[in-house]
Design a protein around this ligand. Structure first.
Ligand code: ZN
Length: 208
């Protein structure tokens, strides 16, 4: 290993056997490949119309940055977290391609699209305390990414009030998930503060 990298990352345990690192990379790339194909026809809601896959990649990146020791199954679940809800993939399909741990985390963080929108949103608040720790981590990172998008790539057609209500709702969902990561909780607070400052001033300016 490069000496400079060793020094910079000395707080992270990098002494994994090479075969473990290879297995980790194989599983992670397999999940990226699966998610990219599943989301291939989808775009994010913002004006930039980014490819949807950018979102699950961001969510998994946030997790490795804030919690570098996260298990591979949780990271794979982060990459796959929207494939049941948005692409119609099934829990069993994910279990067959990956394993039961990955499949169960993805299922835990998937909304039931058969329910009306408001009911789905209320359910996320209700169920957040009983999520497993892996699902809490994915949920928390997902909200950091989605609230961040309210600043960088605001959904088309959303007004300030809608955006501010979204941040309030996301804050309620992540409240019981904070226990799994101080780093992600801090990122959430920082981005929520910035989104509120920006959109509250926009609201004032518009005299709404
Ligand atoms: Zn998501």
């Amino acid at each position: 290993m490069h000496e400079g990298l060793k020094q910079r990352k000395s707080h992270v345990n990098l002494d994994f056997p090479f075969t473990t690192v290879l297995r980790f990379m194989q599983l992670l790339l397999k999940s990226v490949d699966f998610a990219a194909r599943a989301h291939r026809d989808q775009r994010r809601k913002g004006a930039a119309q980014e490819p949807y896959i950018n979102h699950p990649i961001e969510v998994s990146r946030l997790i490795v940055e804030c919690e570098p020791g996260t298990e591979e199954d949780i990271l794979c679940a982060a990459v796959l977290h929207d494939v049941i809800e948005d692409c119609g993939a099934t829990r069993d399909e994910i279990a067959a391609c990956f394993n039961d741990i990955v499949a169960d985390i993805v299922l835990e963080v998937s909304d039931d699209k058969a329910l009306p929108r408001d009911e789905r949103k209320a359910k996320q608040i209700e169920t957040a305390p009983s999520l497993t720790n892996g699902a809490k981590l994915v949920r928390l990172a997902d909200k950091v990414a989605n609230v961040g998008a309210m600043l960088t790539d605001t959904p088309i057609g959303w007004d300030e009030k809608q955006i501010l209500a979204y941040v309030d709702w996301a804050e309620a969902v992540v409240a019981p998930c904070r226990v799994v990561s101080d780093g992600l909780s801090e990122r959430f607070d920082a981005i929520a503060r910035d989104v509120r400052i920006f959109h509250q001033s926009e609201l004032k300016e518009a005299g709404k």
